[in-house]
Unconditional design. Structure first.
Length: 376
């Protein structure tokens, strides 16, 4: 526990330093004759930083993904950014993907406050990412009902993405955004950041690389060993993301192994051998029928699929919709004066007098009195 507290403090210090550096380098810079970067950092990574920006003569907000050619940890940041732009352009040709994609407006260049050449990819602002919501609201930020709704929205998006022969390869909470209505109903879920996305050819599997792509905590176990991304591996990563958001600690989260290669292998083997019934316990219903397929069964089927095989999207859709209907039926059966249990934490929740939020703070789920998740 003491080690976890130290890791959390180090991570917070590192993030704070990255944010301060980004603000000092890019805040209030005008570029492209239309855009002004705001004093708001949305996220940082090894490739670059994402910040909010204003649009001249408009009330709309945009997101600018900034790649500093001098400080980027990648060898060819320009080439990687160009690849991402080309992926976006290919996807925008398909009308059926319009409701799932953020709009890309412009690719521009500017100099930072430190006179460093930067590339800026300007895109539509699609709302808060799930990681930010989790960080702000705490370990049980999402109810089981909300996670099922996210599944209902995102599985069709993945199906359409894969139908275009593109795989994302980096599905995780910070690459999924959502917006909520005033009644806290999820009405828009989008998949963002195609920096690691690539073409998928089921007839020609790429050679195994010395190093895999993706975020170790969420990527499919085969990607740790350098195997290429595939539709099934995208869906596997999405399931791990939902499990993480449900408040359950992933078994490979927080391993204390100093050697990076050994740690990566240990995470991969732990993922491969993990009991799916235990992993999916917070999302699968307590009472199961013979006809109802569980998420544990779907995960078991998906993570053994070969590179060329597609996951069964219809089964996933059926699971999320059936589970949500069952959950609504259980809540409807309760009397209006009774106490109901929180679907994830099991804590008692008193029914509110008003179903509509009374303040801006209620746009997202209320945070129970619980400790925040321990970091990795």
């Amino acid at each position: 526990m003491q080690h976890q507290k130290i890791d959390n403090a180090k991570e917070r210090t590192y993030k704070k330093a990255r944010h301060e550096d980004a603000l000092a380098s890019y805040a209030n810079i005008e570029f492209g004759q239309l855009y002004t970067i705001k004093n708001k950092v949305l996220g940082t990574g090894s490739f670059g930083v994402a910040m909010l920006c204003d649009v001249k003569n408009s009330q709309d907000l945009c997101v600018v993904k900034i790649v500093n050619l001098k400080t980027s940890k990648h060898k060819n940041p320009e080439k990687i950014l160009e690849k991402e732009v080309n992926i976006y352009k290919d996807l925008c040709k398909h009308e059926r993907l319009d409701s799932y994609l953020v709009k890309m407006y412009r690719l521009a260049k500017f100099e930072s406050q430190k006179q460093e050449l930067c590339h800026a990819l300007v895109m539509e602002y699609a709302g808060k990412d799930l990681d930010k919501i989790l960080e702000a609201r705490g370990e049980y930020a999402f109810s089981r009902s909300q996670l099922l709704k996210i599944g209902i929205e995102l599985v069709p998006a993945l199906k359409e993405l894969h139908a275009c022969n593109i795989v994302h390869r980096d599905i995780k909470p910070c690459n999924i955004t959502l917006r909520l209505s005033k009644k806290r109903n999820i009405f828009q879920v989008r998949l963002i950041d195609y920096g690691l996305a690539c073409k998928w050819d089921p007839r020609n599997e790429p050679k195994r690389q010395s190093r895999g792509a993706g975020t170790p905590r969420f990527c499919a176990w085969r990607q740790h060993f350098g195997y290429a991304g595939s539709p099934a591996r995208d869906v596997e990563a999405f399931i791990y993301t939902l499990i993480y958001l449900s408040g359950k600690k992933l078994p490979w989260h927080g391993l204390k192994i100093s050697d990076l290669r050994r740690k990566t292998r240990t995470i991969a083997y732990t993922k491969r051998d993990a009991d799916t019934r235990v992993l999916c316990a917070t999302l699968d219903p307590d009472v199961q029928t013979k006809d109802h397929v569980t998420l544990a069964q779907l995960l078991e089927e998906t993570r053994v699929l070969k590179y060329s095989k597609l996951p069964d999207y219809d089964k996933f859709n059926t699971y999320f919709k059936t589970s949500l209907d069952q959950l609504h039926h259980e809540f409807d059966s309760l009397s209006s004066n009774s106490l109901s249990s929180c679907p994830i934490s099991g804590k008692k929740l008193v029914k509110r007098k008003s179903s509509s939020p009374t303040s801006q703070e209620e746009e997202y789920p209320r945070k129970p009195h619980t400790k925040k998740r321990s970091g990795s």
